[in-house]
Design a protein around this ligand. Structure first.
Ligand code: GRF
Length: 226
Protein backbone atom coordinates (compact mmCIF):
# COMPACT_ATOMS: atom_id res chain seq x y z
CA UNK A 1 0.00 0.00 0.00
CA UNK A 2 1.26 3.46 -0.88
CA UNK A 3 2.31 5.66 2.03
CA UNK A 4 -0.48 7.80 3.40
CA UNK A 5 -0.60 11.52 2.74
CA UNK A 6 1.11 13.33 5.62
CA UNK A 7 -0.70 16.36 7.00
CA UNK A 8 0.88 19.23 8.92
CA UNK A 9 -1.76 21.29 10.73
CA UNK A 10 -1.54 24.89 11.95
CA UNK A 11 -3.91 26.11 14.67
CA UNK A 12 -4.36 28.95 17.14
CA UNK A 13 -7.58 28.01 18.90
CA UNK A 14 -9.80 25.26 20.22
CA UNK A 15 -9.09 22.97 17.32
CA UNK A 16 -12.53 21.58 16.53
CA UNK A 17 -11.70 21.60 12.81
CA UNK A 18 -8.43 19.82 13.55
CA UNK A 19 -10.46 17.26 15.51
CA UNK A 20 -12.79 16.69 12.55
CA UNK A 21 -9.77 15.99 10.34
CA UNK A 22 -8.08 13.73 12.93
CA UNK A 23 -11.34 11.78 13.34
CA UNK A 24 -11.68 11.41 9.56
CA UNK A 25 -8.14 10.04 9.35
CA UNK A 26 -8.61 7.68 12.29
CA UNK A 27 -11.83 6.17 10.98
CA UNK A 28 -10.42 5.92 7.44
CA UNK A 29 -12.79 8.39 5.77
CA UNK A 30 -9.66 10.37 4.95
CA UNK A 31 -6.68 8.53 3.45
CA UNK A 32 -4.12 10.54 5.39
CA UNK A 33 -2.59 11.06 8.80
CA UNK A 34 -1.91 14.20 10.79
CA UNK A 35 1.78 13.99 11.66
CA UNK A 36 2.37 17.34 13.34
CA UNK A 37 0.44 20.25 14.79
CA UNK A 38 2.15 23.63 14.78
CA UNK A 39 0.55 26.20 17.08
CA UNK A 40 1.51 29.81 17.66
CA UNK A 41 0.12 29.78 21.21
CA UNK A 42 0.97 27.34 23.98
CA UNK A 43 -2.60 27.74 25.22
CA UNK A 44 -4.21 26.53 22.00
CA UNK A 45 -6.76 23.82 22.82
CA UNK A 46 -5.70 22.23 19.54
CA UNK A 47 -2.38 21.31 21.20
CA UNK A 48 -4.18 19.16 23.77
CA UNK A 49 -6.34 17.51 21.15
CA UNK A 50 -3.28 16.61 19.07
CA UNK A 51 -1.37 15.28 22.06
CA UNK A 52 -4.36 13.12 23.03
CA UNK A 53 -4.10 11.46 19.63
CA UNK A 54 -0.35 10.95 19.85
CA UNK A 55 0.36 13.65 17.27
CA UNK A 56 3.60 15.61 17.62
CA UNK A 57 3.13 19.24 18.64
CA UNK A 58 5.40 22.20 18.01
CA UNK A 59 4.99 25.72 19.22
CA UNK A 60 6.38 28.54 17.13
CA UNK A 61 5.99 32.12 18.29
CA UNK A 62 5.16 34.21 15.24
CA UNK A 63 5.41 37.85 16.29
CA UNK A 64 3.78 40.74 14.47
CA UNK A 65 3.10 40.44 10.76
CA UNK A 66 6.06 40.97 8.45
CA UNK A 67 8.60 41.60 11.26
CA UNK A 68 11.95 39.80 11.63
CA UNK A 69 10.29 37.46 14.11
CA UNK A 70 7.54 36.68 11.58
CA UNK A 71 10.06 35.83 8.85
CA UNK A 72 12.11 33.73 11.28
CA UNK A 73 8.94 31.81 12.18
CA UNK A 74 8.22 31.24 8.49
CA UNK A 75 11.70 29.73 8.07
CA UNK A 76 11.15 27.56 11.11
CA UNK A 77 7.78 26.43 9.74
CA UNK A 78 9.38 25.40 6.44
CA UNK A 79 12.03 23.42 8.28
CA UNK A 80 9.53 21.70 10.57
CA UNK A 81 7.29 20.74 7.66
CA UNK A 82 10.30 19.23 5.88
CA UNK A 83 11.46 17.43 9.03
CA UNK A 84 8.05 15.81 9.40
CA UNK A 85 7.88 15.06 5.64
CA UNK A 86 4.57 16.90 5.34
CA UNK A 87 2.68 16.67 2.02
CA UNK A 88 -0.31 18.91 2.79
CA UNK A 89 -0.65 21.87 5.16
CA UNK A 90 -4.06 22.54 6.71
CA UNK A 91 -4.77 25.78 8.54
CA UNK A 92 -7.37 24.77 11.11
CA UNK A 93 -8.43 27.88 12.96
CA UNK A 94 -4.97 29.40 12.46
CA UNK A 95 -5.48 33.09 13.04
CA UNK A 96 -2.18 34.27 11.53
CA UNK A 97 -0.97 34.91 8.02
CA UNK A 98 0.92 31.97 6.55
CA UNK A 99 4.43 32.96 5.43
CA UNK A 100 5.65 33.14 1.86
CA UNK A 101 8.31 30.50 2.58
CA UNK A 102 5.64 27.92 3.38
CA UNK A 103 3.48 29.04 0.45
CA UNK A 104 6.38 28.68 -1.98
CA UNK A 105 7.36 25.28 -0.62
CA UNK A 106 3.73 24.11 -0.68
CA UNK A 107 2.22 25.70 -3.78
CA UNK A 108 -1.49 24.79 -3.88
CA UNK A 109 -0.84 22.46 -0.98
CA UNK A 110 -1.90 24.81 1.84
CA UNK A 111 -5.61 24.75 2.73
CA UNK A 112 -7.56 27.13 4.93
CA UNK A 113 -11.09 27.19 6.30
CA UNK A 114 -12.96 30.42 6.80
CA UNK A 115 -16.38 30.90 8.41
CA UNK A 116 -17.89 33.01 5.60
CA UNK A 117 -18.78 32.68 1.95
CA UNK A 118 -15.57 34.08 0.47
CA UNK A 119 -14.76 36.44 -1.11
CA UNK A 120 -17.28 38.11 1.24
CA UNK A 121 -16.27 38.79 4.83
CA UNK A 122 -12.61 37.80 5.07
CA UNK A 123 -10.88 38.53 8.39
CA UNK A 124 -11.18 37.46 11.99
CA UNK A 125 -14.95 38.02 12.38
CA UNK A 126 -16.63 36.52 9.33
CA UNK A 127 -19.78 35.45 11.17
CA UNK A 128 -20.17 38.76 13.06
CA UNK A 129 -19.64 40.81 9.90
CA UNK A 130 -22.26 38.76 8.04
CA UNK A 131 -24.86 39.28 10.79
CA UNK A 132 -24.07 43.01 10.92
CA UNK A 133 -24.58 43.41 7.19
CA UNK A 134 -27.92 41.62 7.34
CA UNK A 135 -27.07 38.95 4.80
CA UNK A 136 -29.70 36.24 4.33
CA UNK A 137 -27.24 33.45 3.57
CA UNK A 138 -23.88 32.97 5.30
CA UNK A 139 -21.59 29.93 5.36
CA UNK A 140 -18.05 28.68 5.19
CA UNK A 141 -15.34 28.13 2.60
CA UNK A 142 -12.35 25.80 2.24
CA UNK A 143 -9.76 27.19 -0.14
CA UNK A 144 -6.11 26.93 -1.10
CA UNK A 145 -4.32 29.73 0.72
CA UNK A 146 -2.25 32.48 -0.83
CA UNK A 147 -0.33 35.36 0.75
CA UNK A 148 -3.46 37.37 1.58
CA UNK A 149 -5.77 36.52 4.47
CA UNK A 150 -8.67 34.30 3.45
CA UNK A 151 -7.94 34.41 -0.26
CA UNK A 152 -7.16 31.74 -2.85
CA UNK A 153 -8.82 29.19 -5.13
CA UNK A 154 -12.05 27.88 -3.59
CA UNK A 155 -12.45 24.12 -3.11
CA UNK A 156 -15.85 23.78 -1.39
CA UNK A 157 -18.44 26.01 0.26
CA UNK A 158 -21.44 25.43 2.53
CA UNK A 159 -24.29 27.97 2.40
CA UNK A 160 -26.13 28.40 5.71
CA UNK A 161 -29.35 30.47 5.77
CA UNK A 162 -29.91 32.96 8.57
CA UNK A 163 -32.97 32.56 10.77
CA UNK A 164 -34.94 35.11 12.79
CA UNK A 165 -33.08 36.29 15.87
CA UNK A 166 -29.69 35.02 14.69
CA UNK A 167 -26.67 36.51 16.39
CA UNK A 168 -22.98 35.85 15.85
CA UNK A 169 -22.91 32.89 18.24
CA UNK A 170 -26.05 31.14 17.02
CA UNK A 171 -25.07 31.54 13.37
CA UNK A 172 -21.43 30.71 14.13
CA UNK A 173 -22.48 27.44 15.76
CA UNK A 174 -24.47 26.35 12.72
CA UNK A 175 -21.62 27.33 10.41
CA UNK A 176 -19.08 25.44 12.54
CA UNK A 177 -21.16 22.27 12.17
CA UNK A 178 -20.79 22.59 8.40
CA UNK A 179 -17.06 23.41 8.69
CA UNK A 180 -16.64 19.98 10.26
CA UNK A 181 -18.24 18.39 7.17
CA UNK A 182 -16.58 20.31 4.36
CA UNK A 183 -12.99 20.41 5.66
CA UNK A 184 -12.55 16.62 5.93
CA UNK A 185 -14.11 16.29 2.47
CA UNK A 186 -11.71 18.79 0.91
CA UNK A 187 -8.75 17.01 2.52
CA UNK A 188 -9.98 13.64 1.26
CA UNK A 189 -10.30 14.98 -2.31
CA UNK A 190 -6.71 16.15 -2.03
CA UNK A 191 -5.61 12.80 -0.59
CA UNK A 192 -7.29 11.06 -3.51
CA UNK A 193 -5.33 13.26 -5.93
CA UNK A 194 -8.54 14.68 -7.38
CA UNK A 195 -7.85 18.42 -7.08
CA UNK A 196 -6.21 20.56 -9.73
CA UNK A 197 -6.03 24.35 -9.98
CA UNK A 198 -6.19 26.09 -13.31
CA UNK A 199 -6.78 29.78 -13.89
CA UNK A 200 -7.59 30.23 -10.18
CA UNK A 201 -10.33 27.60 -10.37
CA UNK A 202 -10.29 24.28 -8.57
CA UNK A 203 -11.38 21.23 -10.53
CA UNK A 204 -12.34 17.92 -8.91
CA UNK A 205 -11.84 14.80 -11.02
CA UNK A 206 -13.68 12.54 -11.17
CA UNK A 207 -16.38 15.11 -10.45
CA UNK A 208 -18.15 15.16 -7.10
CA UNK A 209 -21.97 15.41 -6.92
CA UNK A 210 -23.15 18.92 -7.90
CA UNK A 211 -24.38 19.66 -4.39
CA UNK A 212 -25.58 18.23 -1.10
CA UNK A 213 -28.72 19.76 0.38
CA UNK A 214 -30.04 19.19 3.88
CA UNK A 215 -32.11 21.32 6.31
CA UNK A 216 -31.72 24.40 4.13
CA UNK A 217 -27.93 24.04 3.97
CA UNK A 218 -26.37 23.64 0.54
CA UNK A 219 -22.86 22.29 0.13
CA UNK A 220 -21.25 22.71 -3.26
CA UNK A 221 -19.65 20.66 -4.70
CA UNK A 222 -21.55 17.90 -2.92
CA UNK A 223 -20.07 15.49 -0.42
CA UNK A 224 -19.01 12.09 -1.64
CA UNK A 225 -17.31 10.76 1.45
CA UNK A 226 -19.15 8.93 4.22
C1 GRF B 1 -13.89 28.39 13.17
O1 GRF B 1 -15.04 29.09 12.73
C2 GRF B 1 -12.78 28.61 12.22
O2 GRF B 1 -13.17 28.67 10.89
C3 GRF B 1 -12.31 29.95 12.71
O3 GRF B 1 -12.28 29.80 14.10
C4 GRF B 1 -13.39 28.98 14.48
C5 GRF B 1 -12.98 27.95 15.51
O4 GRF B 1 -12.21 26.97 14.91
N1 GRF B 1 -11.16 30.41 12.05
P1 GRF B 1 -11.57 25.72 15.62
O5 GRF B 1 -12.58 25.15 16.60
O6 GRF B 1 -10.34 26.18 16.37
O7 GRF B 1 -11.27 24.77 14.53
Amino acid sequence: MADKLRIGAFASGGGSNLQAIIDGCEDARIDAEVVVLIANKASAGAMERAARHGIATERVRVGKDLTDEFFAADEQHVKLLADYCVDLVVMAGYMRRIGIGVLNAYHHRVMNIHPALLPSFPGAHGQRDAVKKGVKVAGCTVHFADEEFDRGPIIIQAAVPLVAGDDEDALGGRILKQEHRVYPQAVQWFAQGRLTVEDYKVRIEPAAPAFTSEDGVIISPGLDMA
